[in-house]
Design a protein around this ligand. Structure first.
Ligand SMILES: Nc1nc2c(ncn2[C@@H]2O[C@H](COP(=O)(O)OP(=O)(O)O)[C@@H](O)[C@H]2O)c(=O)[nH]1
Ligand SMILES: [Mg+2]
Length: 318
């Protein structure tokens, strides 16, 4: 199927899924074509749902989908979960929890199972978001799980970042200490039925009072019980209010220039690493160079310089 043909079918979920598979496989043509459509004219509301594994993100997203569908908004969900890389278990779990939307053409759900070599968000994420945006999805929800660096990446992809914390396990206190806290626009204390939920909410609220936040948006704390759907109305209201606040005060969106800069540099880096992989796989002389490095026949530094010069020349002649 040609890309042009696919482009006319972007409202077809199967076509979208096929294109994302190609992105995950690093298919250069698909990347090039998506880069060319990513003009940024239409912007979905990108909602990040982040938190440790098992905090209830998928259960919560299930309710978010229902909410936006009840407002006739189309929804795309991209789920990036490191634990799904090997086992596939998380992918299956997410599918089960979002099953009720599987038959709805207005909902597209896809897991992105890969992360890049630095352990950052799946490298296909930017282009997948661009693709969903090009397909006209009103809402793009990005589920990420993990901690530290991987979590804070979501800040540069999403407009509205929702961070889930749960009372159990002392995990939340770790999060408070690690500084991930600062990334969220909305804090969700999920599993509000569990002991310690009130204490967590109080600790969180004390922490937020001390934190430096913007003048226009004070991150709220919403208590939910995602498995029962309790508190979802309040959460959806907060998400919509945050979106409105971004529209009304575009200059308050301090992260947008940084978001765009990261998207740009990440695309450039990806493009170069694709060229490199493709070159090494197809150019016998360069492949031999790599073999020489492996067998200690040539110095890695000198061989690298040689290869860079060679590729630079190829690009110049392109
Ligand atoms: N008790 C309780 N369990 C919940 C709540 N929300 C989700 N769960 C359960 O927590 C488990 C993990 O949920 P899931 O949505 O897959 O979490 P994820 O890994 O963050 O996507 C599931 O068994 C859910 O049913 C809640 O508010 N209270
Ligand atoms: Mg999940």
């Amino acid at each position: 199927m040609s890309f042009k043909h696919s482009l006319n079918n972007l409202n077809d979920n199967r076509t979208l899924a096929q294109l994302i598979t190609k992105l995950e496989q690093g298919d250069p043509e698909t990347y090039r074509n998506i880069e060319s459509i990513g003009s940024g004219k239409f912007r979905s509301h990108r909602i990040g749902v982040t938190g440790s594994a098992g905090t209830g993100k998928s259960s919560l997203i299930n309710h978010l989908i229902s909410f936006f569908r009840s407002k006739q908004k189309s929804v795309g969900v991209l789920s990036v979960d490191p634990s799904s890389v090997f086992s596939g278990g998380a992918v299956l779990g997410d599918r089960v929890r979002m099953q009720q939307h599987a038959e709805d053409d207005g909902v597209f759900i896809r897991s992105l199972a890969t992360r890049d070599f630095k352990g950052h968000l799946a490298s296909a994420i930017w282009s997948s978001v661009a693709l969903l945006e090009a397909s006209g999805k009103d809402i793009v929800i990005i589920e990420t799980s993990g901690s530290g660096q991987t979590d804070s990446d979501i800040y540069y992809v999403a407009d509205t970042v929702t961070l889930l914390l749960v009372p159990e396990g002392g995990d939340a206190i770790q999060t408070l200490k690690s500084g991930i806290m600062e990334i969220a626009d909305i804090y969700v204390v999920n599993k509000a039925d569990r002991p310690g939920a009130d204490t967590l909410t109080k600790t969180l609220s004390a922490h937020l009072r001390l934190a430096e936040t913007s003048e226009v948006w004070k991150p709220p704390i919403v208590k939910t019980q995602a498995n029962k759907g309790t508190g979802i109305g309040k959460l959806c209201e907060a998400i919509e209010q945050h979106h409105l606040s971004l529209i009304k005060n575009p200059s308050s969106n301090k992260t947008l220039p940084e978001q765009r800069r990261r998207e740009f540099t990440s695309q450039v880096e990806l493009g170069f690493s694709r060229i490199l992989r493709h070159h090494l796989a197809n150019n016998k002389e360069s492949a031999r160079l790599l073999k020489d490095v492996e067998s200690a026949g040539s110095s890695p530094q000198r061989a690298a310089q040689k290869l860079i010069c060679k590729i630079a020349k190829l690009i110049k002649d392109m």
